[in-house]
Design a protein around this ligand. Sequence first.
Ligand code: ADP
Ligand code: MG
Length: 908
Amino acid sequence: MDAARPIVPSGFESSPPGEDAPRATPVMEQYIEIKAANPDCLLFYRMGDFYELFFEDAEVAASALGIVLTKRGKHLGRDIPMCGVPIHRADEYLNRLIALGHRVAVCEQLEDPAEAKKRGSKSVVRRDVIRVVTPGTLTEDTLLDAKRNNYLLAIARARASIAEESRFALAWIDISTGEFRIAECDRAGLAAEIARLEPGEIIVSDALYGDAALAPYLRSLAAVTPLTRDVFDAATAERRLAAYFGLATTESFGALSRLELTAAAACISYIERTQLAARPPLSPPVREAQGATLAIDQATRSNLELVRTLSGEQRGSLLAAIDRTVTAAGSRLLAQRLAAPLTDPAAIEHRQDAVEFFVTDVAARADLRERLKASPDLARALARLALGRGGPRDLAAIRDGILAAADIAAELERRGELGDELAQTARALRRLDPALASELGAALAEELPHLKRDGNFVRAGFDAGFDEARALRDESRRVIAALQTRYADATSVRALKIRHNNVLGYFVEVTAQHGERLMAPPLNATFIHRQTLAGQVRFTTTELGELEAKIANAADRALAIELETFEKLAAAVTAAASAIKDAAEALAVLDVATALAQLAAERHYVRPQIDASLDFIIEGGRHPVVEQALTGDSSPFVANDCDLSPPPSAASGRIYLVTGPNMAGKSTYLRQNALIAILAQMGSFVPARRAKIGAIDRLFSRVGAADDIARGRSTFMVEMVETAAILNQATERALVILDEIGRGTATFDGLSIAWAAIEHLHETNRCRALFATHFHELTALAARLPRLFNATVRVKEWEGEVVFLHEVVPGAADRSYGIQVAKLAGLPPAVIERAKLVLAKLEAEERASPRGFDELPLLAATPRAAPPRASTAEGVLAALSALHPDEMSPREALEALYALKAKAAEGG
Ligand code: ADP
Ligand code: MG
């Protein structure tokens, strides 16, 4: 344990002997009452320098935190399990409990224990919960990732009739920055939005949480909190939302649907419940129009490794590769923009203009980046101050942020012609009041403690009363030090210490070994025994008691003045909340613009042309992540072109069918084009010589996989489910990347599925697409599908070895080079020779009787099967709904599929 504690916290002693039945002590009564009001939380119950946990809470926390579980006092005749965390380490323990999915109610002492004593010796210090800590409502730097937003997301659903699909409204708030947004979506969009936002916590109504259709999905997400109906009450929603902002109506927020108001009000109500008296300064809610951002579903996001790699690391992701921001707020904004690229060409161009400004003006970029580096995280400091959780360093952050903002605004304006986005940031920075910075500057000392209760943060000379009290206090501290030396001499105990804690105040402490001597004559005349711990014995003396009173007085007075000063400054900061928030956002926008310019200059990116066409022309495109990984390599990245624009006289875009051996670079090529599209639409420059993209509205990416029997999960099933989603959803404006679909099953099955999928993409979806495959039989399709183009990644055979050129050219791979790759991989020569023989024989047979795919009619011409008779359909449906795919092995799934098919055939 970190500090010594009294064995029994005062108030928890068992009832005095002699009473008949054991009764709860007054402190225990208070504890039980507060705990009853917060049944779903672990209760951190403040006692002196510790947060104590009792009963079941203690057992849960002790095992979760790996701290000692003790027994203290008795309740109704039984031991009370207890554990505690020292307040100076509370953040760290909170962090671990929150990460494990717990919620913690923090119960503080609301008065000085001395106040309670005045009401009588038995009276209990007033305590109450001042905050409920949940994963979605954090503000502390130690609990948050500085570079990511932490959203609380509320989901409301409109009751749907059987015929139509349910609608959902989402409202999300980051209380650590004040952002507040609202959007509507359908069921398919719901999962995509959650994947985009990666909320720290989701709140839903009890009813939604229990909904049979949605429950499995909701339960698969982390930190979903079901709440009672009233939080999601539509009738009171508008009033609750308006009240939070001190408004009479929500008209100024634009036209919000009833459903959106419900979600927004639920978010607000939850914040009120968890923050109790405090109110984080929120921006008015911004409604995200549907279709304003590029829709990217969960599978595509993880596939393309946008913010983390498939193995879960940030390194190696697109975000890590492009992040050149120098502030945490800039990093958060960059991540936001990457997660939600735009679809409106004009909006994209605004962002591009800002980037271009700093690509062109090299000096301005370098200069601003230096200044930005020195600018603190204004938004989070503000949120903490407004919530009463701030410290002196947060005040300093506001001061430095205001100074940096003024500096940066002046610098920007000096540069002349600014585009829309930059002119707007300069205006926002100008709105900050420099007088606030001066006020903070005058009041704050040079060196600042982390916590306000540590004191000593007010500058000497700022407040005469404070200076006087501090001088007195520091003087007495020297006297204590002298007293310790004197006592050590008098007792000949070198290790004698004078210490302080909130329970005993000042005390003399010696190790157990010396304790006896101080308790025996003559020393016991001076030293009065107070307490015996495992290793130490504690005493007081009359002299120490007197000194203590003097010190306490001066120190209390000094601290009281400091805290009062703090509250005044914090109030001044909170009063300027809206201007500070806007400036913080402007700084983030600048950081992102300069960082993207830096990236463009460093890595030779170009400004892509975005319009409303269906074009997709990339010249000399590169993979932004692979390219950087190859830097310094002997073989640099090979740039490749891609043109998915509609061919002359066609109305829809092309499909590229990319063939080539394993390791040739097919996957890299597919992904680089998807990543270039994302970069382009988020407003960044792109790794290419030239790019022109007709804005994409939805991006899909799927990778085929081998059946992973070892993990007991049919990845082929997953692959098919995801492919189905694309074929059902992609429209003309979508971009689809399909990588080796059909590889996870037997050759003929796989080939047939890939074949049919391409036909469907071409005839029905009519989207722009890239399809990589090792089935070179598929290249025959190009003869009959006018917008399908064959491309291949070139390889060269040299002295029997295969050399990868990574160059994408028109045409089809002549063969798969599997044996050459196997040789490269080190298969024994005898196996390689034998394989060559087998291959030669198979190929000879194939030539003798070709498979003749050419005669297959196209998809549209395939006769549609007559609908099965009703009874059969019912039978199949019943069998289907009895299946539990998640619990099946791949083999079982396959068998079930056969059984279903047989059932269907019965009726056929
Ligand atoms: P495939 O999908 O055809 O099996 P990959 O795309 O996985 O091949 O590429 C295999 C490796 O080849 C990659 O890990 C990368 O290091 C290298 N590579 C791919 N494309 C290029 C390129 N254009 N220039 C340089 N190296 C490349
Ligand atoms: Mg591949």
